[in-house]
Design a protein around this ligand. Structure first.
Ligand code: FAD
Ligand code: SF4
Length: 568
């Protein structure tokens, strides 16, 4: 396809891929510009190779973004029980300052961060979308769960989600497209432990095929999802939305194409984009609709760098909202060894989950929930090297013997909790660091406040209690957000809302006052939820936003004339 595009999508991650597919489905010709490379599961992923355990998700030219971090906060000894530690080496963060050990974990590529995601496929708790009005904190979504529900159904079908029959508060208008996966042995032990504590653990909805589906084979429970799925059964965006968009014949994907500029005149309409192609040459493309889906760090960065007479503070930033309200993964993991063999080095990662504390008011004494899951494989305890380096001390023959007795015995419980907006958590432009094109890098500021610490303490205590009830020995290692910024889920930096002065987009992801610019990625979330993984919600939102934009166009509503101020 050469030129003549109706829409340009910037970024081929969870949200961009879903938006591109929806646009092609509605008859539009779409150009997807993706800064990162293509990944070929046959050639790039190494789970079938003898040295698989030494290979994490592959790095290719351009597959990692650059960013900086603001200064992290000093640590308060009152929360010392939340320090990350290892039974042998002691504290993982040696200083009295919060650290960036892992940082913002992501992939740039066709498929975005879903290429190395675990593949949990969650819907938000309906109550988590009304935090402000029902619980007095954070912000409300501009619509409720019922509005998003039909789009969840579509996204689940495209991705091929395998999930349980029971729904809890997340009511469904259709069952999951695929039956649930069987639980691994280690997860069955945790489910039983949860039951002893009066908790209800169940099967986690997963973007991994439990049966052949959509021309892809079922999962073989190898456990390596975050290393890249060579079988293509994991529902990463390249294998699902992008594949179907390309099959329509109306989509072209250009990889290693970094958008640097949103072209516009004085009328606050985006005319097209300027980008740097794979050979390093600047190029221009024009279209009537631009969908920005560069993720919650790069989307605000791109908007903030676009300063002009029409947008003196950056596009969409007339109310100083771009980059604010940064939400991160508030997480905790506890690891211990079980006396009996658990075969926990294999299976489907995060196959079991407990939603009991996920509602915003479910944790005593603090607003904002958390969920708990089987985290042994998330903690990468999938092979002998990790056991040898993390869990089994010593050297030589005795070490080998201990290792043989230990592999498969580790159990880990993980928790992810609500991340609430805080004035000290935001994304801004770094005043000094620039990329190779001279554009300022994004700088991530993260702050963990007292309420987050109280939530984290509940998460840590519950993880420890489940391992104890499972019959595990002493804890061997724990880590969490209190002293280490490590985020796989990032959101909130261009939040959607009804009041223009408090948000960046309207309820359909359209940037206020910019009639043909949609944001379809994690940055539009007004709240994070109580630990739900975000990709399915990002995708459902993208489908809804594209439909909303096209519907407004069909009915003749002038989307570029939306005035600032409260929306009806
Ligand atoms: C290890 C790990 C495990 C995870 N597990 C889960 C899970 O189990 N379930 C779940 O739901 N989520 C999970 N996540 C999170 C999930 O992957 C992300 O939330 C999701 O991919 C975000 O979607 P997005 O569309 O906002 O951005 P992304 O998927 O990050 O996509 C943004 C894309 O935009 C591109 N881009 C950026 N700037 C430009 C530019 N200037 N020009 C062109 N392209 C650009 C990037 O290269 C990238 O490909 C996990 C993430 C990680 C890292
Ligand atoms: S566990 Fe399943 S989804 Fe994950 S990498 Fe292995 S085959 Fe793919």
């Amino acid at each position: 396809m050469r030129g003549g595009f109706d829409a340009i999508v910037i970024g081929a991650g969870a949200g961009g891929a879903a938006a591109a597919w929806r646009l092609t489905q509605r008859g539009a010709r779409v150009l997807v510009l993706e800064a990162g490379p293509w990944f070929d599961p046959d050639r790039d992923y190494g789970l079938h190779l003898p040295d698989w355990e030494t290979r994490s998700f592959p790095r290719k030219l351009g597959s990692q973004g650059q960013h900086r971090y603001g200064e992290m906060q000093p640590l308060d000894p009152a929360w010392d029980d939340l320090r990350s530690w290892h039974h042998d080496t002691g504290r993982l963060v040696q200083t009295g300052q919060r650290a960036v050990r892992t940082g913002y974990s992501h992939v740039r590529g066709v498929g975005g961060s879903t290429l190395h995601y675990v593949g949990e496929a969650h819907r938000l708790h309906p109550d988590a979308m009304a935090l402000k009005s029902r619980h007095g904190v954070g912000a409300d979504w501009p619509f409720g769960y019922g509005e998003l529900e039909p789009f969840y159904v579509e996204a689940e079908r495209l991705v091929g989600v395998a999930g349980p029959e029971e729904t809890g508060p997340r009511w469904r208008s259709a069952p999951y497209p695929l039956p649930p996966h069987p639980l691994s042995r280690g997860s069955r032990t945790l489910v039983e432990a949860g039951r002893l504590l009066g908790q209800d653990w169940s099967v986690n909805p997963r973007a991994a095929l439990s049966q052949p589906y959509d021309g892809r084979p079922p999962c073989n429970h190898c456990g390596g999802c975050t290393r890249g799925c060579p079988r293509r059964d994991k529902g990463s965006a390249d294998q699902t939305f992008i594949r179907h968009a390309l099959a329509s014949g109306r989509c072209e994907v250009r990889a290693r194409a970094t958008v640097t500029e949103l072209l516009h005149g004085p009328r606050r309409v985006i005319d097209g984009v300027r980008y740097i192609d794979e050979r390093g040459k600047p190029r221009t493309e024009r279209a009537g609709l631009v969908v920005l889906a560069a993720g919650a760090i790069e989307t605000p960065r791109l908007l903030l760098t676009q300063r002009s007479r029409a947008a003196p503070d950056g596009i969409g930033n007339q109310h100083g909202q771009v980059g604010r309200h940064f939400l991160e993964t508030l997480h905790w993991t506890s690891i211990a060894l079980h006396p009996d063999q658990q075969d926990s080095h294999a299976g489907l990662p995060a196959d079991a989950i407990c939603w009991d504390f996920n509602a915003p008011d479910a944790i005593p004494g603090v607003v904002g929930g958390a969920r708990f899951h089987a985290a042994t494989l998330d903690a990468d305890l999938a092979g002998p090297i990790k056991y040898a380096t993390l869990l089994v001390e010593g050297w030589g023959a005795a070490h080998k013997q201990r290792l043989r007795r230990t592999v498969g015995h580790a159990l880990a419980v993980g928790a992810v909790g609500e991340s609430l907006p805080h004035p000290r958590s935001y994304v801004a432009l770094d005043p000094e660091a620039r990329d190779e094109h001279g554009r300022p890098l994004a700088r991530i500021h993260s702050f963990v406040d007292e309420a987050a610490c109280r939530r984290l303490r509940f998460m840590a205590q519950t993880c420890r209690a489940v391992l104890k009830a499972a019959g595990c020995g002493p804890l061997r290692m724990e880590y969490g957000s209190y002293d280490d910024f490590a985020s796989t889920h990032v959101f909130g930096t261009c939040r959607m809302g009804r009041i223009a002065s408090e948000s960046v987009t309207d309820d359909r992801g359209q940037v206020h006052e910019w009639g043909n610019l949609l944001i379809c990625d994690g940055s539009v979330f007004p709240s994070s939820g109580g630990g739900e993984s975000p990709s399915l919600t990002i995708q459902a939102l993208a489908l809804r936003s594209v439909d909303g934009f096209l519907r407004a166009g069909r009915t003749g509503a002038a989307r570029d004339e939306v005035a600032p101020g409260p929306h009806p």
